[in-house]
Ligand binder design. Structure first.
Ligand SMILES: O=c1[nH]c(=O)c2[nH]c(=O)[nH]c2[nH]1
Length: 284
């Protein structure tokens, strides 16, 4: 039985780059965490230690900084695409590049003062194989909560089921979403804003009988609002809020006092796509 080298890739992670544009006194800021991953004809370094085809990860990191200076950061998507195309076009051994960006938001406080936004981050991943560029946009840690319009009942009851049925509960989640674009060209900032608005609007407006139903409504709203989105993947933790039993203290609890538990938590995940558009393979 022979031993073979399987799929491999390499790059730099957590390349933190902050880019400032100065328009007189009014500055704008983009704060990114970039990860590069290159794959291709890279067997030699693994099998014999021949590094003649290896662009050091240090050079990949330097390219990120140099490109921020040379090209600016129009959006996470545009910056990721620029880098992915550059690595494939400039390195004969590199057949495929994936550049993943996380953007931290800053709210403007003044001409050149900013406040870090909450935990929410924006994400963008560009992959390029010399022919096709694929862009996946996303967001993580968008925390949403409805204090009503959420039920959960009619579920399976087996010998281990203790969960009470409810017709009025708190529904809370931290949205982790990724959506794949049909094209590699868009007004990325506007597109991101509109997808985010659709996700929030669907969460707010859906009368929910399960988080699964809310997930589908959110994905569906995005695909209806944004024709350029091919499919969306959602991962929704169920941030349980459990009514506290106040009867030992002679008090009722008409859905007023809850304990917010952080573990264990439910995880509801799903993809919503378009009829006739093949789902993309692989992990994205
Ligand atoms: O919306 C929900 N979906 C579930 O599948 C589930 N399971 C559970 O215990 N609570 C909930 N809530």
């Amino acid at each position: 039985m022979g031993i073979v080298l399987g799929p491999n890739r390499y790059g730099k992670a957590q390349v933190r780059v902050v880019h400032v544009v100065r328009d007189g006194d009014r500055h704008t800021l983009r704060d990114l965490d970039v990860r590069t991953a290159l794959a291709g004809d890279l067997a030699a370094t693994h099998l014999t230690g021949d590094n003649s085809q290896v662009l050091p990860t240090d050079s990949q990191k330097n390219t990120v900084y140099a490109f921020a200076r040379k090209h600016g950061v129009a959006s996470p998507e545009a910056f990721a695409l620029l880098l992915a195309r550059h690595f494939v076009h400039s390195q004969p051994a590199v057949r495929r590049a994936e550049v993943a960006v996380r953007e931290f938001g800053w709210q403007r406080l003044g001409q050149h003062s900013f406040q870090r936004g909450g935990a929410e981050t924006r994400t963008a991943t560009a992959t390029y194989d010399g022919e096709t560029a694929r862009v996946v946009s996303g967001l993580t840690d968008l925390v949403l909560l409805n204090t009503t319009n959420s039920e959960f009942h009619g579920f399976v009851r087996d010998e281990y089921t203790t969960l009470p049925e409810t017709t009025d509960r708190i529904l809370a989640t931290a949205v982790d979403a990724r959506w794949r674009h049909l094209d590699a060209d868009a007004d990325w900032d506007a597109a991101h804003r509109q997808v985010r608005e659709a996700l929030v609007a669907a969460f707010v407006e859906t009368y929910s009988r399960s988080l699964q139903q809310t997930l589908y409504a959110m994905g569906r709203r995005v695909l209806e609002a944004r024709p350029e989105v091919a499919e969306i993947r959602l991962s929704l933790p169920n941030r349980h809020h459990i009514p506290v039993d106040l009867s030992p203290f002679g008090l009722d609890n008409p859905n007023a006092v809850f304990v917010a538990t952080d573990q264990p938590y439910g995880v509801i995940e799903g993809t919503v796509g378009r009829d006739g558009v093949a789902p993309a393979d692989g992990d994205w």
